[in-house]
Design a protein around this ligand. Structure first.
Ligand code: SF4
Length: 307
């Protein structure tokens, strides 16, 4: 067992007894460690002193902070890159069935785009034909439903999915799909429809605690969205797997603890997320974040935030 060359640690120096956030840039794993756990980790890294807590070691291995002695990370990355570059048997598509959105996020990348545009019948047909023409050469097809807000276009999503599922069945292609949504329309009814469309995961973005989220991700009329999203997620998670995405930047990095507390309320074990079957939390640095390590996450011992 050895330490990954892709580990980074951020020690919060201002505080006396604060946690250390460690990040692995190969696997994307991020974890908050209590000082004593980090000290154990450092002793192993610097002096090869064994870490006594086997569950802690397992978690570090699982996330890629520790790796097997014979595992060559550089060769593994090169091999993965080459494999994906020359692999024509896997097709990944990102489809926006509508550019319309019920939110008015201040930072929306779609500012300036015609937001009333929906995918036409003709475009849907051509899209299905495009997939059908390639299906016989594929082993796998993956679709990410994006927008705008894709749940404003559930009928289009259902129509395309129905055709794609048939095509994949006929050609023995493994089909997977996810939906990236703001969560406001993630009702139980829509969650069931998405399940019928072979959607395997729904990604919902939350920008912080209630106040901050509502100021950054309001409805078009300016009203808040936080409570409705949390209510939707708490019901829909029994129907379909959900990933909560938190984009971290300079403004909201201190809100992570607040967000985690909200998910505790809806029965998510914040200190054991990897065992939560239908729920994950994904923390991503936004463009203007200080660094991925610039966030202070108030969570017990080791909390796997994403990997
Ligand atoms: S939810 Fe997404 S598409 Fe809609 S306004 Fe916000 S960032 Fe833009």
């Amino acid at each position: 067992m050895k330490v990954s060359r892709y580990n980074f640690a951020h020690v919060e120096e201002a505080s006396h007894n604060s946690q250390v956030v460690i990040y692995n840039s190969r696997t994307g794993a991020m974890a908050a460690l209590e000082p004593d756990k980090y000290a154990d980790f450092k002793k192993f890294e610097e002096n090869g002193i064994c870490i006594g807590d086997t569950e802690f070691v397992e978690q570090l291995m699982y996330c890629g902070f520790l790796i097997d002695d014979d595992f060559d990370e550089i060769n593994h990355i090169k091999a993965s890159l080459h494999a994906s570059r020359y692999n024509n048997s896997v097709m990944s598509l990102t489809i926006a069935p509508t550019m319309a959105c019920n939110f008015a996020c201040a930072y929306c990348f779609e500012n300036g785009i015609d937001r009333n545009e929906e995918m036409s019948e003709d475009t849907m047909k051509r899209l299905v034909n495009f997939i059908e023409a390639r299906a016989s050469h594929l082993d796998e097809l993956h679709i990410t439903w994006f927008g705008g807000e894709p749940l404003l276009a559930v009928p289009q999503l259902e129509t395309i999915s129905r055709h794609v599922i048939e095509i994949c069945k006929a050609n023995n292609v493994k089909y997977t799909s996810i939906v990236v949504t703001n969560g406001y329309l993630l009702t139980q009814e829509n969650a069931n429809k998405l399940m019928d469309c072979a959607v395997s995961n729904v990604q919902v973005t939350i920008d912080g605690g209630k106040e901050l989220h509502n100021s950054r991700r309001p409805l078009v009329d300016g009203s808040g969205t936080f409570e409705r999203i949390i209510q939707n997620v708490s019901l829909a998670k029994h129907i379909i797997p959900i990933t909560i995405r938190i984009n971290v930047d300079n403004e909201n990095h201190t809100c992570l603890g607040e967000v985690m507390n909200v998910f505790n309320v809806i029965s998510i074990e914040s200190n054991n997320l990897r065992r939560s079957k239908n729920m994950k939390i994904l923390v991503k640095p936004a463009d203007d974040a200080i660094t991925p390590m610039g966030c202070v996450i108030k969570l017990p011992t080791i909390c796997i935030l994403f990997w």
